[in-house]
Write a protein that binds this ligand. Structure first.
Ligand code: MHO
Length: 208
C-alpha cells in the first residue's frame, strides 16, 4: 500500500467535475456503512453524509429533529445509472419494514422529475407501489451536511491514509468532496476497489 499525496491530487484532478455529475440521495440506516459501500463503486465520484427527510432547520448528530441519516452520491451518468444505484439501495435494506427510530429509517429520495419516474417504474416492474412498501419515497427538499467527523468515517479510522490527505493540505470540506477519499473510504470499509481506481491499494504481484 503506497498512497502518496500526488496519487490523491492526481486522481482528484482527473475526476469528473461536479457540473458533470448527477446526485442521488438515500437514507439506509447509519450513514457510515452506505458511505463506504457506494463510494467504492465505479462511476460514483463523490459522496457526503448528512440529514434529510425532515423539516427541522438546523439538524446536528445529537439533535436531528425529524431528520434521518442520509447519504448523497454524485455519480457520472456516462458510467452509471441512477437506476443501478436505486437497485443497490433496495438490495441494502428490507423494504417491508422500517426501524422504529426515525434517525435510521429507509428513504429513497427523488431530486428530479426523471428520478421520480425511474423510482416509479422500478417499483412498478417489481409489482410494488410507494404506498405499499414501508420504505419512504420522497421528494428531496433539503440535505443538511453532517459534521466532519461523520464524513468518510471508515477512512478516519485508517491513520496512514488519513494523514496523506492532511499532508496534501486537504481541509475537512476538501476531504469530504474528494473523489479519492470516497474510494479510499470504501477501501477502508473493506470494499474492493474497481480496476483503475485502487489508488495504490492493490500491490502489484508478479504472476509466474
Ligand atoms: N451506533 C453507532 C451509530 C453511528 S451512526 C452515525 C455508533 O455510534 O457507533 O448513527
Amino acid at each position: 500500500m503506497s498512497l502518496t499525496t500526488s496519487t490523491i491530487e492526481e486522481y482528484d484532478r482527473r475526476a469528473p467535475t461536479p457540473e458533470s455529475t448527477e446526485t442521488a440521495t438515500f437514507a439506509l440506516g447509519c450513514f457510515w456503512g452506505p458511505d463506504g459501500r457506494f463510494g467504492a463503486l465505479d462511476g460514483v465520484v463523490r459522496t457526503r453524509v448528512g440529514y434529510a427527510g425532515g423539516t427541522s432547520p438546523d439538524p446536528t448528530y445529537h439533535d436531528l429533529g425529524d431528520h434521518t441519516e442520509a447519504l448523497q452520491v454524485d455519480f457520472d451518468p456516462e458510467q452509471r445509472s441512477f437506476e443501478s444505484l436505486l437497485n443497490l439501495a433496495f438490495h441494502g435494506h428490507d423494504h417491508t419494514r422500517q426501524p422504529s427510530k426515525r434517525q435510521y429509517q429507509n428513504i429513497v429520495f427523488a431530486s428530479t422529475a426523471a428520478q421520480a419516474d425511474t423510482i416509479r417504474s422500478y417499483l412498478d416492474a417489481r409489482g410494488l407501489t410507494r404506498e405499499g412498501i414501508a420504505t419512504r419515497v420522497e421528494q428531496l427538499s433539503a440535505f443538511h451536511l453532517a459534521e466532519a467527523s461523520h464524513q468518510k468515517h471508515s477512512l478516519s479510522g485508517r491513520q496512514s491514509l488519513s494523514n496523506t490527505f492532511e499532508q496534501a493540505g486537504y481541509d475537512d470540506a476538501d476531504r469530504r468532496e474528494s473523489p479519492a477519499a470516497a474510494k479510499l473510504n470504501g477501501y477502508a470499509a473493506g470494499r474492493e476497489l474497481p480496476a483503475g481506481h485502487d489508488l495504490g491499494t492493490s500491490t502489484n504481484r508478479t504472476v509466474y
